[in-house]
Write a protein that binds this ligand. Structure first.
Ligand SMILES: *[C@@H]1O[C@H](CO)[C@@H](O)[C@H](O)[C@H]1NC(C)=O
Ligand SMILES: *[C@@H]1O[C@H](CO)[C@@H](O)[C@H](O)[C@H]1NC(C)=O
Length: 162
């Protein structure tokens, strides 16, 4: 019995190490066409005053300059669709919401600050709601049991990443 548990834990750890190479780099967020989605970004200790949300290394999604949101350099496709939470800036929360998702919003979003070793990034996946509903797999039997694995995965990822 004990042996089984140990080997399961070992298998889980191996999986984690494998999965982690991706998780540390960017988290993945999935949304549906037409919906609003929150892309998280938190920087603390110290809380920065300039934050730059970018895609494709250069295209501006939203800038936060001196703790004020700025759309001056924002590319056209995000015009009027991207919002942040100025009241949350002082908490280090620079998350944005993209409204009315489009399929071509799928991208790697980088939340950059000056002098950061590595920008935080979020991979956004967008799928067509109708297609997704039709191809949705039936709920897995082991749903309850997998909760623990998911919690462990997150906990260990955090440990390894930070
Ligand atoms: C940031 O603020 C928004 C708006 O209040 C909230 O929905 C979100 O959960 C916050 N994110 C974090 C990581 O605190
Ligand atoms: C596990 O997940 C299922 C479905 O998401 C939920 O209904 C259930 O309450 C969860 N169980 C535990 C122990 O968290």
């Amino acid at each position: 019995m004990m042996k089984l548990v140990v080997s399961e834990v070992h298998a889980l750890m191996s999986l984690l190490l494998y999965v982690n190479s991706g998780i540390c780099q960017d988290s993945v967020i999935s949304g549906f066409v037409g919906e609003d989605i929150l892309l998280p970004c938190v920087y603390k200790n110290p809380v920065p005053v300039h934050v730059f949300w970018r895609i494709n290394d250069a295209d501006a999604v939203l800038d936060i300059i001196n703790s004020n949101p700025s759309t001056a350099t924002q590319i056209a496709k995000y015009s009027g669709r991207v919002f942040s939470f100025p009241k949350e800036y002082s908490n280090g929360n620079f998350s944005i919401v993209i409204k009315k998702l489009q399929l071509d919003d799928a991208n790697l979003y980088e939340c950059k600050i000056p002098d950061a070793d590595r920008p935080k990034s979020v991979k956004l996946q967008v799928s067509d709601q109708d297609k997704e509903r039709k191809t949705m797999p039936p709920p897995a039997d082991g749903a309850a049991a997998s909760n623990l694995s998911v919690v462990l995965l997150c906990a260990v990822s955090l440990l390894i990443c930070f």
